[in-house]
Design a protein around this ligand. Structure first.
Ligand code: MRU
Length: 342
């Protein structure tokens, strides 16, 4: 396997390493990943997270397992088990579908390695194209807002929504970014803030419940978010809290864009109600934990509702920034997503 390097995944001398995102920004620790159980554990714990990154990580692990002599039958079983690691991001299932086709080739070992390397390189290219299409929407001097983490940590490339924002910044547009903290797991406060610092993007961190006030004051010109799955009608799932931002954006007439590669489109879901939503552990809401330590402030047994994602209806979206262009509500209503039969 080639040596590959992304912000959260790398291969060196044929071995796969995952950056433990639960420890960021306090620590940068790379974890060696050699077994399916380790990969599933890392995905479930969000040590490896972000829709494109989990799909590519799972396929790199299968390529590694093929390279150390695992049988085709075992690899096919492993692919099925990996598919269930997280339910919402369809990139995982789409990438594993590609890997299963590779595993059916006569030279399944070579094909598995080539497939994982291709998915990695493809995601780098898709991120770059989304960034170019999306950055074209951003005007000099705008104040932008984003939710969760959609940067290099979540993909093999420059990211989805944060890739757009970073390119607009690199183009010399005098942008400022509001970063939603993103409760309960703080992907904005821990990861996007860290990436913005690395990239030199001028940003300010806010608690999720501050976005409404900023919009009311005219301090948000445009919102970019990522997605874990886009249904055929343009409804999409993303980190919980995205839907409330979209409602606020419509009320305040702030343009609201979703940025995702075509590997995030799932035509099997006719609308957002068909997207499976992952429910996570109650302690994530009862308190916080991470590289900074942990604290539970709610009563130990407080009943909790903890969906990891919510669904934003297409009616609230100004534009879908995909790797092939920016699509309007009229494009989506005309069925433009039908071409993305992943
Ligand atoms: O639970 P996470 O941190 O994996 O959620 C990630 C998101 O919701 C991102 O916005 C989404 O994966 C798109 S990122 C390229």
């Amino acid at each position: 396997m080639q040596n590959l390097t992304a912000l959260s995944l790398k291969t060196e001398l044929g071995k796969l390493y995952v950056l433990d995102q639960t420890l960021l920004p306090q620590q940068q620790k790379w974890l060696l990943c050699q077994t399916v159980a380790q990969m599933i554990g890392m995905i479930k714990a969000l040590q490896l997270r972000g829709a494109p990154a989990i799909g590519i990580g799972a396929c790199l692990l299968l390529a590694y397992r093929a390279s150390v002599g695992e049988s085709r039958e075992q690899l096919l079983q492993d692919a099925e088990v990996l598919r269930a690691a997280r339910p919402t991001a369809v990139n995982l299932m789409n990438n594993l579908d590609s890997m299963v086709i590779a595993l059916q080739q006569a030279d399944f070992k070579g094909a598995a390695i080539a497939c994982a390397e291709h998915l990695f390189a493809e995601d780098v290219a898709l991120c770059q194209r989304m960034a170019e299409f999306g950055a074209g929407l951003v005007q000099d001097g705008e104040q932008l807002l984003t939710h969760c983490n959609t940067g290099g940590l979540a993909t093999a490339g420059v990211g989805t929504a944060l890739g757009v924002i970073n390119l607009a910044h690199q183009q010399g547009k005098n942008i400022r970014l509001w970063v939603d903290e993103t409760r309960p797991l703080l992907q904005g406060g821990r990861l996007t803030a860290w990436e913005c610092q690395q990239l030199g993007i001028p940003y300010q961190l806010i608690c999720d419940n501050m976005a409404a006030m900023l919009m009311a004051r005219g301090q948000v010109d445009r919102i970019f978010v990522g997605s874990d799955r886009i249904a055929a009608n343009g409804d999409f799932a993303n980190k919980v809290g995205t839907y409330s931002l979209a409602v606020l954006a419509q009320y305040h007439q702030v343009p609201f864009y979703v940025v995702a590669p075509h590997t995030t489109v799932d035509l099997a879901c006719t609308d957002g109600s068909a997207i499976p939503i992952e429910q996570r552990h109650a302690d994530e809401v009862r308190g916080v934990s991470g590289g900074f330590g942990s604290a539970i402030w709610a009563p130990e047994d407080a009943p909790v509702f903890n969906p990891a994602f919510d669904v934003t209806p297409a009616a609230l979206v100004t534009g879908w920034v995909l790797d092939s262009g920016v699509y309007s509500p009229a494009d989506i209503a005309a069925g433009v997503l039908q071409q993305f039969n992943n």
